[in-house]
Ligand binder design. Structure first.
Ligand code: PLP
Length: 441
């Protein structure tokens, strides 16, 4: 039995089958976070850890926000649960309306889910159903992108492009655009990379290969997050938009990470000036405090469903916890904080400092690329011969032991602090990381 010694009444670590984790490696030497406030976690043995990744790209307003805690507490006492199938409660409507105030123009119909994965599968199902309602039920194929991450539902892994997430499971009919990570041409470029616009041309090729009339939707992250912060090249998203329009294919932006202020606008769609037909969100919607997601749909897509008999259910889809009242309360309190503290645009002010600080690691041992946009950044390390991921893992563990939480994918370290981060904390984050990298052979 694996027991963690530093906790009082320490639980056995055996029963929890951890997600996306090397369970045996972790349980042999666990890293336990016991509390959090503002920019910092505290470990079970009392060490302070600077949160360099907003938990898991979600705690945008920082930890331990009293306003959210109080709203959640009040809501549990007042209305702990109410169904939203053939019934509803006022907060669901209030939250949907509030979200339309910050949404990209035209995306003003909101479907609630409980996670990013559910948002993605919901958006894909809406896309299929939309075409079917319009008499184009032959559009049953999807296009994602290599290195894309769209959660772990069957739809999400089908359009996703991270091979380990796909190889064990059957998938839907989907093809993939080439990824846009081009270290040879774009290494150490700042912000949107200059090279790679031509990669968007592949969409036309893929559509013609499959027959454009058979494709329902294209889904991309405006900045690939989980694959290691890969911003779309200059003009790339505009090109995808134009091609989708040309062939009547829906364009979906997966904004589970980029949504709620990460790039200095409420959503990446606004940052890039490209409006998708559907937009998937989660994480920052409740400051990561409760599970919730939302799909934003173009009004015309929603209205297309509102045409049959008024007594007929228009979309046979939903979750017991769609618009859960307690999650709605958390989301409303979160939106209040974002507004009061202007957090959804704060990343724009901090981005130059952030960019300069992260690129300050250029030239450190084994650093082969640095990428950034808004308050997202990644440092890519050269993999060790025959041991991909080992160098990155060592850097991540050393960072944690020195008091800095960073996110790791392979040999890529990702940084996405809460949007309340100060300039001094940005400097501290990257100078700590720099010191660590000097000690990782
Ligand atoms: N889509 C993107 C772009 C993500 O980054 C993630 C999670 O990181 C997801 C979907 C899945 O979200 P969840 O883990 O909440 O299901």
């Amino acid at each position: 039995m694996t027991v963690h010694q530093t906790l009082k009444n320490a639980p056995s670590l055996d029963a929890f089958w951890m997600p996306f984790t090397a369970n045996r490696q972790f349980k042999a030497k666990p890293r336990l976070l016991a509390s959090a406030k503002g920019m910092y976690y505290r470990t079970d043995d009392g060490r302070e850890v600077l949160d360099g990744c907003a938990g898991l790209w979600c705690v945008n307003a920082g930890h331990g926000r009293q306003e959210i805690a109080e709203a959640v507490g009040r809501q549990v006492s007042e209305l702990d649960f109410a169904p939203t199938f053939q019934m509803a409660h006022p907060l669901a409507f209030r939250l949907a309306e509030r979200l339309t105030e910050i949404a990209p123009k035209g995306l003003d119909r909101i479907f609630f889910t409980n996670s990013g994965s559910e948002s993605v599968d919901t958006a894909l199902k809406i896309a299929f159903a939309y075409h079917r309602v319009r008499g184009e039920g032959q559009r049953t194929k999807l296009i994602g992108r290599e290195k894309g991450y769209h959660g772990v539902g069957f739809g999400g892994i089908s359009v996703g492009g991270l091979v380990n997430n796909r190889r064990m499971f059957p998938t839907l009919q989907a093809d993939h655009l080439p990824h846009t990570l081009d270290i040879a041409r774009n290494a150490f470029s700042k912000g949107t990379p200059p090279h790679g616009l031509e990669l968007a041309d592949s969409l036309e090729g893929l559509l013609n290969l499959h027959g454009p009339e058979t494709v329902a939707a294209v889904i991309v992250e405006p900045v690939a997050g989980s694959a290691g912060v890969i911003p779309a090249p200059e003009g790339y998203l505009q090109k995808l938009r134009a091609t989708c329009d040309k062939y009547g294919v829906l364009l979906i932006f997966d904004e589970v990470i980029t949504g709620f202020g990460r790039l200095g606008q409420p959503f990446a769609a606004q940052y890039f000036g490209v409006t998708p037909d559907l937009m998937t969100t989660a994480k920052g919607i409740t400051n990561g405090n409760l599970p919730m997601g939302a799909v934003f749909a173009r009004r015309e897509i929603h209205d297309t469903f509102m045409t049959g008999p008024e007594t007929a259910i228009e979309l046979f889809h939903g979750y017991t916890y769609s618009a859960h009242p307690v999650a709605c309360a958390a989301a409303l309190a979160t939106l209040d904080i974002y507004k009061k503290e202007a957090l959804l645009t704060r990343a724009a002010d901090l981005a130059p400092t952030y960019e300069a600080a992260v690129h300050g690691m250029k030239g450190l041992p084994n650093v082969i690329d640095i990428r950034n946009l808004g308050l997202m950044a990644a440092v890519e390390l050269r993999p060790r011969e025959g041991a991909p991921g080992a160098r990155g893992y060592e850097a991540m563990v050393k960072a944690f032991e020195s008091g800095l939480l960073v996110r790791l994918t392979g040999d890529t370290l990702a940084f996405s602090p809460p949007l309340i981060v100060s300039e001094a904390e940005i400097d501290r984050m990257f100078s700590m990381m720099g010191d660590i990298l000097k000690g990782v052979a």
